[in-house]
Design a protein around this ligand. Structure first.
Ligand code: RP5
Length: 194
């Protein structure tokens, strides 16, 4: 696969593929990338459109597993068939992020992604930024069983988030800082199975 942008969440081989239907989706999907970066999860990003570049979508989805990708996050808006079509070409878990559309505020995206007929699942997150962040957190949770560093990074994120809320009980005296402590980018080791 050429032309895929791999971020520095270490120069390690990407475990998560973040794809989106258009560059206009980046404003939303960058939150998935930033969250993975902060958790130290190696990932790649790519614009892959189900209707503008269908052959590329098939190539990306059908080769992802072989390339070492373990979870795909797919964001799209409107008649958002990218996550479902991607899921149809791979057995990897596909997490769908409904991008907020101008006409229907993302309700169209949400229903297009969530209402998959039985047989080809897409794990659907919330519309917009929250969904993008949660897709990354869910991807980390999926990977955490195999990669102990990722599970620990996720645990620390949760602890830090809780501590932040408890530390600032009065909203009138708060400057909300980032709740995520960046994890060092290290080469991930798989957990040894018994
Ligand atoms: C979808 O159409 C994309 O996922 C995007 O959310 C939406 C609009 O795309 P642009 O017209 O902005 O490229 O394919």
């Amino acid at each position: 696969m050429t032309g895929t942008s791999q971020t520095s969440a270490s120069a390690a081989k990407p475990l998560v593929g973040i794809i989106m239907g258009s560059t206009s989706d980046w404003e939303t999907m960058e939150h998935a990338a930033k969250t993975l970066e902060q958790l130290g999860v190696p990932h790649e990003t790519r614009v892959v459109s189900a209707h503008r570049t269908p052959d590329l979508l098939f190539e990306y989805a059908s080769s992802a597993e072989q390339r070492g990708i373990e979870v795909i996050i797919a964001g799209a808006g409107g008649a958002a068939h990218l996550p479902g079509m991607t899921a149809s070409k791979t057995v990897l878990p596909v997490l769908g992020v409904p991008v907020e559309s101008k006409a229907l505020k993302g309700l169209d995206s949400l229903l297009s992604i969530a209402q998959m007929p039985g047989g080809i699942p897409v794990g659907t997150l919330a519309i917009g930024k929250a969904g993008a962040i949660n897709a990354a957190l869910l991807a980390a949770a999926i990977l955490g069983d195999k990669y102990p560093e990722i599970r620990e990074a996720l645990r620390k994120f949760r602890e830090s988030q809780t501590a932040n809320v408890l530390a600032t009980p009065d909203p009138t005296k708060t400057t909300i800082a980032s709740v995520i402590a960046p994890a060092p980018a290290t080469k991930l080791k798989r957990k040894k199975r018994a």
